[in-house]
Design a binder for this molecule. Structure first.
Ligand SMILES: *Cc1c(COP(=O)(O)O)cnc(C)c1O
Length: 395
């Protein structure tokens, strides 16, 4: 079969500044029709040009031009070799774990996203894989948790929800020394603030549902890899698990990406203001925010990222205050998820981290007075005023 992929014959625009790359994507406009908005190829199958000649596209489960534009754009943004777009962050993570074989050992961040924890504990453990949870900010602890069978280090940084910061360069060196893969979940910072592959990671994974899409209207997952062997693995996953992102959702992601830099700047700026305000409130006992200068991981953040993102966690004085914040807010929404234009307040104990065993949760500090907030791009004074009036209702 000769594959004449017409889109392959055009150069991608990868020699621009990051702010321009997000706008112009890989090919950007459609080189065939001139459509400025890359078309949604809403087609399950593709006609063959001749006996033994295809257009390079045969069937959307394997490859679709709109999804491919998104995948190439993500590879450019993360500085990787190839990208893959999945039907959710969970689907992307399932395919990452799909690398594992029975007996393989994996080290994960101890306050990993609940869904990732579930993939390990409820699915891959049954297949004979072994998981250890460790504070990835503590490189010594990581070193001593390594086993001969360690195949992968799976890291979130900053973590969800405790905002612990791991040193990607150091973890990469440890992984390399032990012939293990370093996977970084870059959902919280996006490549605008942090590019793990350029710091030594092998695989970057995202819940595209969050900042990349940015509008709370799509469920998506993205993977970017640094070598062909891994690229072949993820292509097989798409083909075999059939978990690729649909053309329309791929287009929504491409559309969301165009404003990524503007949104991230505003999330970052608003979060810094809200975090400082929260810290001064008598009913707030502790604020977890990577951008505080006295945060344990501040120097590491400065060395590997260019911003702190829009996520803040905090502990309040009583369950009443926590309930008031969740239920009395007027503009802010009590909902799970993060990274969208709207400010969302979440209760990790029952919403995002209920899968995590109680003793681990307890140790981390995820208690009944613990809240997480995803700072949106509204006017910061409105966010603060809303939190203030809600908190006062606990009196
Ligand atoms: C939301 C999230 C996921 C899961 O992504 P979905 O798109 O909801 O499937 C994985 N990791 C992190 C850090 C997340 O925030």
């Amino acid at each position: 079969m000769i594959e004449e992929n017409f889109y392959d014959s055009f150069d991608t625009k990868d020699n621009l500044h990051f702010d321009s790359k997000v706008v112009h994507g890989a090919l950007g406009c459609d080189p065939i029709t001139g459509a400025v908005s890359f078309p949604i190829f809403q087609s399950a199958t593709f006609m063959h040009r001749d006996f033994d000649v295809s257009t390079g596209y045969t069937y959307t489960r394997l490859k679709n031009p709109t999804r491919e534009e998104l995948e190439r754009t993500m590879a450019i943004l993360e500085g990787g070799l190839a990208g893959f777009a999945f039907s959710s962050g969970q689907a992307a993570n399932m395919s990452v774990f799909g690398i594992l074989e029975p007996g393989d050992h994996v080290l994960l961040s101890d306050d990993i996203y609940g869904g990732t924890f579930r993939i390990g504990e409820d699915i891959f453990k049954q297949l004979g894989c072994v998981f250890t949870y460790v504070d990835m900010a503590d490189t010594q602890a990581v070193q001593s948790a390594i086993r001969p069978s360690t195949k992968m280090l799976f890291v979130e940084t900053p973590t969800n929800p405790m905002m612990k910061v791991a040193d990607i360069r150091k973890l990469s060196a440890i992984a390399r020394e032990h012939n293990a893969l370093l996977v970084v979940d870059n959902t919280f910072l996006t490549p605008y603030f942090q590019k793990p592959i350029t710091l030594g990671a092998d695989i970057v994974v995202h819940s595209g549902t969050k900042y990349l899409c940015g509008h709370n209207d799509v469920i998506a997952g993205l993977v970017v890899v640094n070598n062909q062997k891994l690229a072949d693995h993820f292509q097989l996953q798409l083909k075999s698990r059939g978990n690729g992102l649909a053309p329309f959702d791929s287009w929504l992601l491409l559309r969301g990406l165009k404003t990524l830099c503007l949104r991230m700047e505003k999330h970052n700026e608003n979060a810094a203001r809200v975090a400082r305000w929260l810290r001064e409130q008598p009913k707030v006992k502790k604020v977890y925010y990577a951008g505080f200068e006295d945060h344990e991981g501040y120097a590491i953040s400065k060395g590997q990222s260019t911003g702190f993102g829009g996520m803040i966690s905090f502990e309040v004085d009583t369950l009443e205050t926590a309930k008031a914040l969740l239920t009395k807010v007027k503009m802010i929404l009590f909902a799970e998820s993060l990274g969208g234009t709207e400010t969302l307040i979440t209760y990790p104990l029952t919403q995002t981290h209920e899968s995590i065993p109680a003793d681990i949760r307890e140790k981390l500090g995820i208690n009944e007075r613990f809240l997480r907030i995803s700072i949106g791009i509204e006017h910061v004074d409105d966010i603060i005023a809303d939190l203030d009036q809600a908190m006062k209702q606990a009196d």
